[in-house]
Ligand binder design. Structure first.
Ligand code: SF4
Length: 409
C-alpha cells in the first residue's frame, strides 16, 4: 500500500502558487532567493511564468512528473458541472505587489485558462509602501480577495534597522486603501526578534496590529543563519545591521508567549505554530501545505506537491526565463515521496497545527504503532490527547522538532 497516493486521490482540489522573486531592496534578515533587479526584467519573467502555466502538462512529462487525469482540466472541460479543480491561488515572493497590476492580471488569466479556478481564496503578498488606490482597485478587479501584508513591526527604528522600505505610517495608509478597495481579508506578518526589539516595542507592535483588526496574523521568529546579511554578521560577531542589538532567545520566547495570550484574548484562534485567524479566516491555501494536499507552483524556485512527488523549479530567475524560452523544463529537482518520508511529513506538519494529528488514521494508513511513544511524550508533558487527536501541549509548540525526532526514532 502507498498511503500518500490514497490520500492524494481522495483530494479533489488543488492549490496554485506563483513566485515573483523581485524586491525593491534586500532586507537584512532575508534568506529567500529573491533579487533586486531592474523593472525591465518584470515583463519577460511574467511572460515565462504564463508560458510555464500554459505548457505545464508537457513540462511535467519532460521531467517525469506523474500528473493524474483528475487534475487535467483541459481533458475534462467537456464535463459539465464538474468539481472545481483549483480553489486557492497564492502569488508570493519577493514583493509581487511591485508589479504593474496588468502583469498580475495576465498571470491570473493564464491560470484560469489552464485550470478550473473557483477563486475562493486568491492571495497577493504586498508590502505596505507599494500599495496605491489604483493598484488596489485593479487587484480586486483581477479577482484578488486576500492581501498578505508584510508589516513586520510598527516601530520605525526596527523597520529601518532591518532594511525595510516602509514605515509605521505606510501600514496605516495601506490598510485604509485596501479596505476602501473592498479587500475584506487582510493578513499581517510580524517578526519576533528584530534587531532593537524590546518587550515594550513588541507589545506596542502587537497592540497596533490588533487595533487595525486584520482577519489574520502570522508571527515569525527571527532566524539567524548564513543565508542573510544579518545572520552572517552575527556569525562573524560583527556589528553591522545592528547585529549586536538582537533580543535574546529567552526574550523571543517571551514575545511569542505574549502574542499567544494577547491574540487569544481578543478572539484570534491559533491554528498553526505561526498563524492566528479570526473565526473562518484561516488561510485555505497554506492549510494545504500543512495537510499535505496537492499544490502546483510556477515561477523561479516554486515548489509543487502531488502526494506522490515533490518537485521544484530552478531558483535563479534568469536561468528560469532562459529555460522556458528555450522550451526546456525549469524543474531542477524531483523527489519521490516514500512511505517513510510521508509518515515523517504527516507527523511534522500535523504537529505544527493546533488541531494535531489523527493517531488512529496514521497508524492504520502507515502500518505503524506510535501509542507507546506518544504515551511517554504525553506523560512528560510534551503532547496532549483529545479523543483520537494528538497535539503538542500548550507551551510546547516551539519544540515540535524534538518531538518528531522522538516519535520517529
Ligand atoms: S521584502 Fe521579503 S522577500 Fe523581499 S527582501 Fe524583504 S524579506 Fe526578503
Amino acid at each position: 500500500m502507498f498511503p500518500t497516493v490514497l490520500q492524494f486521490l481522495a483530494v479533489d482540489t488543488l492549490g496554485l502558487y506563483i513566485q515573483v522573486p523581485f524586491c525593491q531592496t534586500k532586507c537584512t534578515y532575508c534568506n529567500f532567493h529573491t533579487g533586486v533587479v531592474s523593472s525591465d526584467r518584470f515583463a519577460p519573467y511574467i511572460d515565462a511564468v504564463c508560458q510555464e502555466i500554459s505548457h505545464h502538462r508537457s513540462l511535467f512529462a519532460t521531467a517525469a512528473i506523474f500528473w493524474p487525469k483528475r487534475f487535467d482540466w483541459q481533458s475534462l472541460r467537456q464535463i459539465a458541472h464538474g468539481p472545481q479543480r483549483a480553489d486557492t491561488i497564492y502569488i508570493g515572493g519577493g514583493t509581487p505587489s511591485l508589479l504593474n497590476p496588468r502583469l498580475l492580471t495576465r498571470m491570473l488569466e493564464s491560470l484560469r485558462a489552464a485550470f478550473a479556478c473557483s477563486g475562493d481564496e486568491v492571495t497577493l503578498e504586498a508590502d505596505p509602501e507599494t500599495i496605491e488606490p489604483e493598484k488596489a482597485a485593479q487587484w480586486v478587479t483581477a479577482g484578488i480577495n486576500r492581501i498578505s501584508f508584510g508589516s513586520q513591526s510598527f516601530i520605525d527604528d526596527e523597520l529601518k534597522a532591518a532594511g525595510r522600505m516602509h514605515r509605521r505610517a505606510d501600514i496605516y495608509r495601506a490598510v485604509l486603501i485596501l479596505r476602501d478597495a473592498g479587500i475584506s481579508n487582510i493578513s499581517f506578518d510580524l517578526i519576533a526578534g528584530l534587531p532593537k526589539q524590546t518587550h515594550e516595542s513588541w507589545r506596542q507592535s502587537l497592540c497596533e496590529a490588533i487595533a487595525l483588526s486584520p482577519e489574520h496574523i502570522s508571527i515569525y521568529m527571527m532566524e539567524i543563519d548564513e543565508g542573510s546579511r544579518l545572520g552572517l554578521e552575527v556569525i562573524r560577531s560583527g556589528s553591522r545591521y545592528s547585529a549586536r542589538e538582537l533580543p535574546s532567545e529567552e526574550s523571543m520566547a517571551e514575545f511569542y508567549e505574549l502574542a499567544q495570550t494577547g491574540l487569544q484574548s481578543v478572539g484570534y484562534e491559533q491554528y498553526e505554530i505561526s498563524n492566528w485567524a479570526k473565526p473562518g479566516f484561516a488561510s485555505k491555501h497554506n492549510l494545504k501545505y500543512w495537510r499535505r494536499e496537492p499544490y502546483v507552483g510556477f515561477g523561479a524556485g516554486a515548489h509543487s506537491f502531488s502526494g506522490r512527488q515533490r518537485w521544484s523549479n530552478v531558483h535563479d530567475s534568469a536561468a528560469y526565463v532562459a529555460a522556458i524560452h528555450a522550451g526546456r523544463s525549469p524543474i531542477d529537482h524531483v523527489d519521490t515521496v516514500t512511505p517513510d518520508l510521508a509518515l515523517e511529513e504527516e507527523i511534522f506538519l500535523g504537529l505544527r497545527q493546533l488541531s494535531g494529528i489523527d493517531l488512529p488514521r496514521i497508524e492504520r494508513e502507515y502500518g505503524v504503532s506510535l501509542g507507546e511513544k506518544i504515551g511517554r511524550l504525553a506523560s512528560s508533558g510534551m503532547l496532549e490527547h483529545e479523543g483520537n487527536l494528538v497535539r503538542l501541549a500548550p507551551g510546547k509548540l516551539s519544540v515540535s522538532n524534538e518531538v518528531l525526532v522522538e516519535l520517529l526514532r
